[in-house]
Design a protein around this ligand. Structure first.
Ligand SMILES: Cc1cc2nc3c(=O)[nH]c(=O)nc-3n(C[C@H](O)[C@H](O)[C@H](O)COP(=O)(O)OP(=O)(O)OC[C@H]3O[C@@H](n4cnc5c(N)ncnc54)[C@H](O)[C@@H]3O)c2cc1C
Length: 436
């Protein structure tokens, strides 16, 4: 590896770089884990061609590299840790093909911008991570990002139809096809999605769009019972989010759990019919609920939760587990008992995309309880496994969850994954030390 020669070559190719030891490089290197390990240097391509040329130069010099979008990842996947950091944020090309219901995007496009571009043409790009105003599509693809809409539409993986990837040999591969169905050999975009930059760097993507449902309505159910969860899910809401009692207390001051429901429709009549169905059921069951068309008013508790959580402690460690839907009550009861035996100064709250079994389990504390927090996280992971769940539904493994991966994926399967990585990345240059 000859970092100096690689950087000189990048400069000769007029591709912007910045040295790894200047303050700007630390800004690029940081992510939502609040850490910023040093990079060799930062590469800032301005076009897809520059991105491809830069990766090829790095491959020639056997320089390990870490792609980075906005650095909102919560598992340390974009931390450079001594590699060259490739910032894709300047690649923001976005074209909507309304006829084919396909968006062709570069990796630096913000998810929110893609959603707005689609909306201008009466279309919907459904994945809606809470970070959509600042996370990139490249990062979304790499982590298989999701959000409340995943219940109805699926995650990023369900929308990725084709991807252009530069792999660890410098080869540009076109995987999948810009069409809505595919049964033509292995569907490799599905594998690239969620691979967190370990197979290569996404330089362009083709994503499926949907017609935009113009009408929506929101319901807040206070203190739902466990039986309610299954009954409401059976009515097929578009989204179904949950806040446990501690999360509810944090945002409302009253110790209650909340279920938040979104309904969607293409016509007023269709929405009114759905509202009647849900209200009827909740009224018959004697539940206390509010229903309305103003998302801000009805779903305010959900929006406020993340920023308010830091009132409970400056250090957050979180899991985004996925459980079989039927085991959720058991997990929530277990979490209530866990809360009772937490050390003083530590708080636990659970919220998330309950409809698809994806719960965010958050521990808040100060730095003085870091060791205890790690042990309790371990308990949460073991409990998840015992209930037949998995460790991540949308945030990925990155660096932080590598150790726990072995509890959920057996060694022969991990060996298979390592073999797949080797095919894409024989010199182990693509985001080494992450995922597997
Ligand atoms: C407040 C907050 C709320 C969040 N809410 C959600 C949520 O609701 N749902 C959800 O799914 N996530 C959520 N996240 C996590 C995060 O926003 C997502 O993981 C997002 O997809 C990361 O995008 P990014 O551009 O910030 O990527 P980064 O953090 O920069 O990178 C994430 C991973 O993607 C890889 N990567 C980036 N670009 C490329 C590329 N072009 N090719 C290959 N690999 C690449 C990186 O190497 C890294 O492994 C949240 C984060 C925060 C801070």
């Amino acid at each position: 590896m000859n970092a100096r020669a690689a950087r000189t070559e990048l400069e000769q190719a007029r591709i912007e770089t910045i040295p790894g030891d200047v303050p700007a490089a630390f800004v690029y290197g940081a992510d939502a884990t609040f850490r910023s390990p040093e990079s060799l240097f930062v590469v800032i391509p301005a076009t897809e061609e520059e991105l491809i040329a830069a990766v090829r130069i790095l491959v020639t010099h056997r320089i390990p590299m870490t792609p980075r979008g906005s650095g909102t990842g919560t598992t340390g996947g974009a931390l450079p840790e001594g590699s060259a950091l490739i910032f894709t944020g300047r690649l923001t090309g976005c074209r909507i093909d309304a006829g084919d219901l396909i968006a062709e995007v570069e990796p630096g496009v913000l998810t929110g911008d893609l959603k707005r571009e689609a909306e201008k043409q009466g279309l919907l790009y459904p994945p809606d991570p809470a970070s959509h105003e600042y996370a990139t599509i490249g990062g979304n693809i790499a982590t298989n990002a999701g959000g409340p809409a995943s219940l109805k539409y699926g995650t990023t993986r369900d929308h990725l139809r084709k991807v252009r990837l530069i792999d660890g040999t410098g080869t540009v591969r076109e995987l999948g096809a810009a069409v809505h169905k595919f049964s033509t050999g292995y569907f490799l975009p599905g594998m690239v999605c969620g691979s967190e930059g370990t197979l290569g760097i996404v330089t362009r993507a083709w994503l499926k769009l949907a017609p935009y449902p113009r009408f929506s309505s929101f319901i807040e159910v206070v203190a739902p019972t466990y039986d309610d969860l299954a009954a409401i899910r059976a009515l097929a809401p578009a989204a179904m989010e949950y806040l446990d009692v501690r999360a509810g207390e944090l945002v409302t001051g009253s110790r209650q759990s909340y279920l938040l429901i979104r309904l969607e429709a293409f016509t007023e009549a269709e929405l009114a019919e759905q509202e009647r169905r849900f209200s009827g059921r909740l009224t018959a069951d004697g539940r206390f609920f509010r229903i309305g068309r103003d998302k801000k008013e009805i779903w305010a508790v959900r929006e406020l939760l993340s920023p308010l959580s830091y009132q409970l402690g400056e250090r957050k460690t979180a899991q985004d587990i996925v459980l079989p839907f039927s085991r959720i009550p058991e997990f929530l009861q277990w979490a209530d008992l866990l809360r009772k035996r937490l050390p003083a100064g530590m708080e636990l709250f659970v919220f998330g995309h309950l409809g698809d079994g994806n719960l965010h389990v958050n521990l808040m504390c100060g730095d003085d309880l870091a060791v205890e927090a790690k042990l309790i996280q371990r308990e949460i992971i073991v409990q998840t496994r015992q209930l037949g769940g998995i460790i991540s539904g949308e945030h990925g493994i990155g660096r932080e969850r590598r150790e726990a991966l072995g509890l959920f994926i057996d060694e022969p399967t991990r060996e298979l994954m390592r073999g797949i990585k080797k095919l894409f990345d024989p010199y182990d240059l693509m985001n080494p030390g992450k995922v597997i």
